[in-house]
Ligand binder design. Sequence first.
Ligand code: UN1
Length: 507
Amino acid sequence: MHSILPLPVQPVKPGTSTGQHFWHSTERTLDSYSPVDGQLIARVYLSTRADYDKVVDTAQEAFHQWRLLPAPKRGDIIRQMGDQFRQYKRELGTLVSYEMGKSLQEGLGEVQEMIDICDFALGLSRQLYGLTMHSERPGHRMYEQWHPLGVVGVISAFNFPVAVWSWNAMIAWVCGNVCVWKPSEKTPLTALACQQIISEVLRNNDVPEGVSCLVTGARDVGEWLSRDPRVALVSATGSTRMGRAVAANVAERLGRSLLELGGNNAIIVTEHADLDLAIPAIVFGAVGTAGQRCTTTRRLIVQENIYEDVKNRLAKAYAQIRIGNPLEESIHVGPLIDKQAVAGYKAAVDEIRRMGGTFVVEPGVLSGDAYTSGCYVKPCVVEGDNAWDIVQRETFAPILYVMKYSTLDEAIAIQNGVPQGLSSAIFTLNLREAEHFLSVAGSDCGIANVNIGTSGAEIGGAFGGEKETGGGRESGSDAWRAYMRRQTNTINYGTQLPLAQGITFDL
Ligand code: UN1
């Protein structure tokens, strides 16, 4: 492995921080191994409960100052963060790729998403609009305004170690909140790199560094956040299992949660599809990030008349995929995150075989000099049945199930016939088919696309999904409202005190 960054493997890098002030009261550490080559790339202190409490106190203190800055001023500070991400795009993208295993192109894309959301937040800083209403009472004015919530906890997943955090953090900050970030225990170094960049910007602007805090750990830390009444909103990205636990804990204390959980996304390919568009989109959707996106294409629903043709074209396209060191520009698919993920892939393949699935593209775990970490697997395609348990579950690996349909309504029923509801797509040049798919009788997902794949959403739209995906919306559009509290104000500028609903109350 060629060294790409001055990686601080040793000495131990502290893990609980607000900016430069790292707190750690034990020697318990977390090791980060790269799935690319199996190397230990960082050792990070784990936060104790005492560290955590100190961090949340510091965040609360910072909130009292940060919320008083005018929103456009906060937007300008976020613009400076975006400038830093532009400057470090190559280094950060490389680190994402090395620590997480996604292709360098996708690592750079992830940093670009951070830059884009900073730009979006800057614009938003002058657009946190409330409505005004006409009062039924003379001499009265009614309007609503939006105030920040306070401390926002952000639990992020390994697969998008920085982009999804930035969607939350930038929007939360521009709204006037402060953030406590619990990154995935699988990608702590990338998180520390971002935390350093942000802290420097905050310092340069004489803003308390507690605006951006980071705590390290696994499920226990997530539980502290979700049970903590000081944390007004917990935004969590990850598995449906994790989301259920967070939602229950937060609901118990009547807090707010914003969930972005599992997907089981399908593409419908109709007889009227342009297959030259569809095939590369399907392949990118299914094998990009080695099948570890929540938006990954997991199911392909193909009209029976073109079924054989699509299968053949897919087999040809899969033969072109280059699997290997994701830091090499020509590589399409890097490793899975760790050996546990490889075990999940193998278990899924075993279950598919038990169900009698026919592979169009064979699976396999790669071995040999180029794959010493043991985390490289072959993307595969299998003819599957939507009713199989394994097809109903999200396996975070590049396994694509192909299915046949005859009418579009049947295809839509298959597409909607899973517990998750994140992303969906149709490939067709037929207007009626496309509009039917997008209609109320069509896709039940939070994202529904025409002639593009299920993954690779832009930051400008609201991102999230229905059913077991959790119902949250993050990133663009008016997703910012989830990070604020609404206040309705009625002002009497008249000389009388009329009551609403015409009630009289004379003294
Ligand atoms: C995720 O996998 O949690 O739409 C987020 C996409 C990316 C984000 C994925 N922009 O695929």
